[in-house]
Ligand binder design. Structure first.
Ligand code: BT5
Length: 320
């Protein structure tokens, strides 16, 4: 807590020096205690210079996804009100699930530098190289029906694609339902899970894994990262902050029932619409032309027979 307070002081001061005396008075601790905490922050990668006459000055912050860095001037309404950050965890979706089951409010975010058991859909693995990507889960309590759940994946995917486009200036596309591609390679996956009964949703966990500064060698074949596609490093803290802001914005639109506005924007970034695709759906292979995405997030396929089929989930292969 004291570390956070000291950092907040530095951040407010921008480029100025802060004397040990000022800090000790403002925080009501001894100057030795201030010094000890400064040493601790240095150990965590904060670059702080000390001048005998002027005091301390913060020169740079580490590239870590900590609560204090992420919350600084975040200014969102719901998403990120509380941020739990871990150096390592099994799966952020599991941590978020446990928190939500114990009554955690919506908007809380669980984020980790590494996951030992990162999960994809259907028991698949999500590779989570340490300190390079962002692995986060958002707790949501939307007032929706079970059949509207896919729409959560929809606005989450749109938020990620939009952030990559705005913040990194890369052409991100959404491969329905849950992959984000750049130059046809997967840079992000989304895992939406829920807790509830047939007619009532208790909470939803929107899990997002993004390869930011990850080397391609550390990722599965066909996967890539923002670094690899852009050719330069991306600030993970600033990227995640932009993402939380976009999630906040689209979640509010979603909660107002304006899902049609989200779908409209989503379609512009879809990599599957108008394409011939094959879908593995409940172990059945279906192929057809992807003609639409409806307001519940389902994909509409036009079959050779001329009939349309409505698909709720599945793995897509592009045919041509
Ligand atoms: C997904 O599943 O794409 C959803 C991934 C969600 C991960 C986040 S991280 C935070 C939160 N906590 C979790 O435990 N999970 C969520 P799916 O569509 O099933 O794709 C999984 C497949 O993507 C794997 O079988 C690999 O082929 C590939 N893959 C695994 N790790 C990858 C990575 N880091 N980047 C790109 N592709 C990857």
């Amino acid at each position: 807590m004291l570390d956070d307070k000291i950092l907040n002081f530095f951040k407010k001061q921008k480029d100025n020096y802060l004397s040990g005396e000022e800090l000790s008075e403002a925080l009501d601790v001894s100057r030795t205690a201030v010094w000890k905490h400064i040493e601790k922050l240095r150990g965590e990668g904060y670059e702080i210079v000390a001048s005998p006459h002027l005091g301390y000055k913060l020169l740079s912050v580490p590239d870590r996804l900590t609560e204090i860095e992420l919350k600084w001037q975040l200014e969102t309404e719901v998403i990120g009100r509380k941020i739990y950050s871990y150096k390592e965890t099994d799966s952020t979706n599991d941590v978020a699930h446990n928190l939500a089951a114990s009554g955690e409010k919506e908007g809380s975010v669980v984020i980790a530098e590494h996951q030992s058991k990162g999960r994809g859909r259907l028991g698949r693995k999500w590779v989570s190289p340490r300190g390079k990507g962002a692995y986060l889960s958002v707790i949501l309590r939307p007032d929706i029906l079970l059949r509207e759940l896919s729409a959560v994946t929809l606005f989450t995917a749109l938020s990620v694609a939009k952030t990559i486009r705005e913040f990194v200036d890369l052409p991100a596309f959404i491969k329905w339902p849950n992959d984000i591609l750049v130059n046809k390679r997967k840079v992000c996956g989304i895992l939406t899970e829920l807790d509830g009964e047939a007619d009532k949703i208790n909470f939803v966990i929107a899990g997002i894994g993004i390869n930011i500064n990850t080397k391609r060698e550390l990722l599965p074949k066909d996967a890539s990262s923002l670094l690899a596609e852009k050719g330069e490093k991306v600030s993970r803290v600033e990227f995640v902050k932009s993402l939380l802001r976009n999630l906040d914005r689209y979640y509010r639109i979603f909660n107002k029932g304006k899902i049609n506005k989200i779908v409209e924007e989503y379609k512009k970034f879809s990599s599957v619409l108008d394409r011939m695709v094959q879908i593995n759906y409940h172990n059945r292979l279906i192929s057809g032309q992807a003609v639409n995405i409806d307001d519940e997030g389902a994909l509409i396929l036009r079959m050779d027979s001329g009939f349309n089929e409505r698909i709720l989930a599945g793995d897509i292969t592009m045919l041509r």
